[in-house]
Structures are given as C-alpha cells and as structure tokens.
Design a protein around this ligand. Structure first.
Ligand code: FE2
Length: 232
C-alpha cells in the first residue's frame, strides 16, 4: 500500500464505545434483585463469598422485561460501535450484519475483590454494563483504594512497548498507555476483545454488579473476510 504524502499518519487507534442506557434508572434495581435471587439459588455459590460470577449462558435464561430491554440496548450499542469502528475498512459504510452474543453473564463483587489483567477469547468485541456500584463520592473516599476503587483499567497497544521504559519528550504521545473508566450505573463500555483490562479492587456499601458479554459479528453476505488491500 502506498501512503499518500502527509506529514502524519496517526495509525492503529483503539476503538472504544461508551453508551448510556436511558432505562437504567428504572431497570437497574430490578436487574440487581433478579441477579441476587439467581445467586441465592445457585447450589454452586459459596455462602458469604466476596465474589460471584454467574454462568455465561444467560441470554435466554432470564425472561424479565428489563433483561430483554438490556440485551436490546447492548446489541444496539454493539451495532453502533462496530459500524463506527469499521468505517473505511468495510467495503460499504454499513453492510447487513449478524451479531452473535457468544456469552453474557453477571458478576457481583465487594470486599476488595479485583479481576486481574485479561483479554477475552473467541469473539471480536466485548463489553461491560454497570448495574450497581457506590456513588462517586463514597467510592472515591475509600481509605485504601481511593480514586481507583472499582474502576476498569484498559491497557492500550502502547503499554507493552513501554517495557524498556524509555521515555523522553519525543514519545510523550504513547506514555498515557492506559485509561481508567469509572463504573457508572447505566453505562455500557464496548471494547475490542483483544484489549487487556482489569477490574481494580472494589469495596463499598453496595455490591458492584456488572453484566459482561462477548460478541461475534458476521456479514450478511456469508463471508467474514474483507478483500485485502491491493499491493502497490
Ligand atoms: Fe473482562
């Protein structure tokens, strides 16, 4: 490929979508109650544990209207983010597509529990929706965790390149190699599945409850392959 003459080509950006669910104020409390009920009746759940993750096959297992609405909101957010992220890469601006939810599950955490750095496999996009967490002032006033209490930290592609720790004025553009995204009830964050991230320790009055999911995206034309760029 021949790059056009240009003083700068800022290549390889990392697309992240952020969406706010308009129905969250009404639905989150009901979802939290439903999830707590499922946890209480799970024979494999450890009593008194600080962390619980459901099975990842909840897509059709929960039938309350709030869950069905949340799934619609998630699929809608995925569609928007994926279309925007692939502008210029897809042969047409918004081809027909099928979105497969490969897994969707909830997690309940408290007492300083964290989820170490990881990526998600067998999918192209992943996401996290926040159902419940302490409000900002209470969360950030935690004596040990402070501003990082319960946030999700994403590590961009530059992070590994900083292994040699050579930093000078010239590579300032890559020194902010991670981003912390606050948990806000009603907020959906959609990110590429390859993007390393971790849930920092959380402790609060209320449990931190999130819904996570993995998705695959398929073209309606029956092929997932985009024609490679013509070499010149
Ligand atoms: Fe994750």
């Amino acid at each position: 490929m021949t790059l056009p003459a240009d003083p700068l080509h800022p290549l390889w950006a990392t697309p992240i979508g952020v969406h706010q669910w308009a129905e969250a104020a009404d639905a989150n409390a009901l979802l939290a109650r439903a999830f707590s009920g499922m946890r209480a009746t799970d024979p494999n759940a450890k009593a008194g544990a600080l962390f619980y993750a459901s099975a990842d096959n909840l897509l059709n297992r929960i039938q309350i209207p709030e869950w069905l609405s949340l799934v619609r909101f998630i699929v809608d957010g995925l569609r928007q983010t994926v279309v925007l992220a692939n502008q210029g890469a897809w042969p047409t601006a918004a081809p027909g597509m099928r979105i497969g939810i490969e897994g969707i599950w909830f997690q309940i955490a408290n007492g300083g529990v964290h989820h170490d750095v990881h990526t998600h496999g067998n999918c192209s996009w992943s996401g996290v929706y926040c159902v419940q967490v302490d409000p900002l002032p209470a969360r950030e006033s935690h004596p040990a965790f402070g501003l990082q209490n319960g946030i999700t930290r994403f590590y961009g592609p530059h992070f590994n390149r900083l292994g040699g720790a050579h930093m000078d004025f010239g590579n300032a553009y890559m020194q902010q190699a991670h981003i912390d995204i606050e948990p806000i009830p009603g907020q959906l964050v959609i990110f590429p599945s390859w993007l390393p991230h971790q849930a920092m320790p959380y402790a609060g009055e209320q449990d931190r409850i999130i819904v996570s999911f993995n998705a695959s995206i398929h073209s309606d034309t029956g092929t997932n392959q985009i024609q490679p760029y013509a070499r010149s």
